[in-house]
Ligand binder design. Structure first.
Ligand code: ADP
Length: 393
């Protein structure tokens, strides 16, 4: 019988899930519960080519997960028959505590809770998902897979901010990174496809949130997200890198509170702030209609990508593979072309025809014989979480 893992990604008002066969890589079912706690919630369950949708109030995460388990019973697949052996939970912040997956017990729950000040929007929601998950599925082990784990052992040079040591230590200020599960999965996939384990790689995970990493021989040596997922690349609604003095300026001269600036930087900036749209498909539409702000916005976005590619090539002393992944990275050939423009001196080139192919398969888009292999590798965080959970059993 196949062994399967139920992967749960619990957000502040949503639960996303997938029942995964870690060996074969297929998802037997997937779905989400959203708008938890609002007047009308939405549940969508996909299994066996069938989509079941419900619109009704979902009072809390416990109720949401109960509904999901009921759907598994009603429409299938039956979890027991599908051979469920574990539940894998995505947890955003593992701080300095975890560099790999961990089987959840009360001590682990305590640590995830203690780390909440470093990820106040995410860890409490992840914790709720774990608590209701353990209550409703008590007979299988629950495993936490941390977004930060792949970056736990970054070299000190990359992980340390040039900040007063005492303050940094007292408040745990260092680079933790994020999207680690995706960076690890994509870099491992590239190594597997090229049959080499000594590669110098850059992974660009470009979704609504976006991050870059530098990976040498399977080990992360730098990443663009920092204490929180705000730092680094330009994102859908986040600034990415910005002079910290902008905060002082807006507080002192703009009369803005810390919470207002937090909201501005995280929710009203990035592509959204620059162009009015956070979705790149909309940004392209605006550019086609002659919108100047959208043109500049895309320019800021790709300029930042080139800057990171150059700096990570320098950090690693070379570059063998550059991979694009996530919603933008997998689908947007214009962004990919913009990201590598002018980088021929580094050996980075893409083949225009290959770049325009639309596919869900991992693929090479650099010309034959290019010094750097440029790839598009669809990420699969759920599969990676399922495999990591399995690895502990
Ligand atoms: P999340 O960070 O929410 O997981 P995803 O990885 O799903 O994000 O990426 C979502 C983003 O991907 C969208 O906001 C949009 O900008 C981009 N995107 C999705 N499809 C396309 C497409 N066909 N062309 C360009 N961009 C796309």
């Amino acid at each position: 019988m196949t062994a399967t893992v139920l992967v749960i990604n619990s957000g502040s008002s949503s639960i996303k899930y997938q029942l995964v066969d870690p060996e074969g890589g297929q998802a037997l079912a997937s779905g989400l519960v959203e708008r938890i706690g609002e007047a009308e919630g939405h549940i969508e369950h996909k299994a066996g080519g069938q989509v079941t949708e419900r619109y009704e109030r979902v009072s809390d995460h416990g109720e949401g997960l109960r509904q999901v388990l009921a759907l598994f019973e009603e429409v299938g697949p039956d979890l027991a028959e599908a051979g469920i052996v574990a539940v894998g939970h995505r947890v955003v912040m593992g701080g300095s505590a975890y560099d790999g997956p961990v089987r959840i017990d009360d001590d682990v729950l305590g640590v995830i809770e203690e780390l909440s000040p470093l990820a106040p929007l995410h860890n409490p929601a992840n914790l709720t998902g774990i608590q209701v998950g353990r209550m409703l599925l008590p007979d299988v082990p629950h495993v936490a897979v941390f977004d930060t784990a792949f970056f736990r052992n970054l070299p000190d040079d990359a992980a340390t901010y040039a900040l007063d040591r005492e303050v940094a230590e007292k408040f745990s200020v260092r680079r933790y990174g994020a999207h680690g599960t995706s960076h690890q999965y994509v870099s491992a996939k590239a190594a597997e496809m090229l049959g080499r384990d000594d590669l110098k790689q850059i992974v660009l995970h470009l979704g609504n949130g976006a991050s870059a990493s530098a990976v040498v021989g399977g080990r992360a040596v730098d990443t663009s997200m920092g204490l929180t997922p705000l730092e680094g690349l330009v994102m859908g609604t986040r600034t990415g890198d910005i002079d910290a003095a902008v905060v002082f300026h807006l507080a002192r001269n703009g009369g803005m509170s810390v919470d207002e600036i937090d909201n501005l930087f995280n929710k009203r900036s990035g592509l959204k702030g620059l162009t009015g749209e956070n979705d790149l498909r909309e940004v392209h539409r605006l550019i086609d209609a002659g919108d100047e702000n959208a043109r500049v916005g895309l320019g800021v976005y790709t300029h930042r990508l080139r800057k990171y590619i150059g700096s990570y090539a320098a950090v690693m002393g070379g570059l063998d593979v550059l991979s694009f992944t996530a919603g933008v990275g997998e689908n947007d050939d214009v962004v990919r072309a913009g990201a590598v423009k002018g980088l021929e001196f580094l050996g980075v080139e893409i083949d225009l025809e290959k770049n325009q192919v639309r596919s869900k398969e991992p693929r090479v888009i650099s010309p034959d014989g290019a010094r750097v292999t440029v790839m598009v590798i669809p990420t699969n965080e759920e599969l990676a979480i399922a495999r990591q959970a399995m690895s502990l059993l």
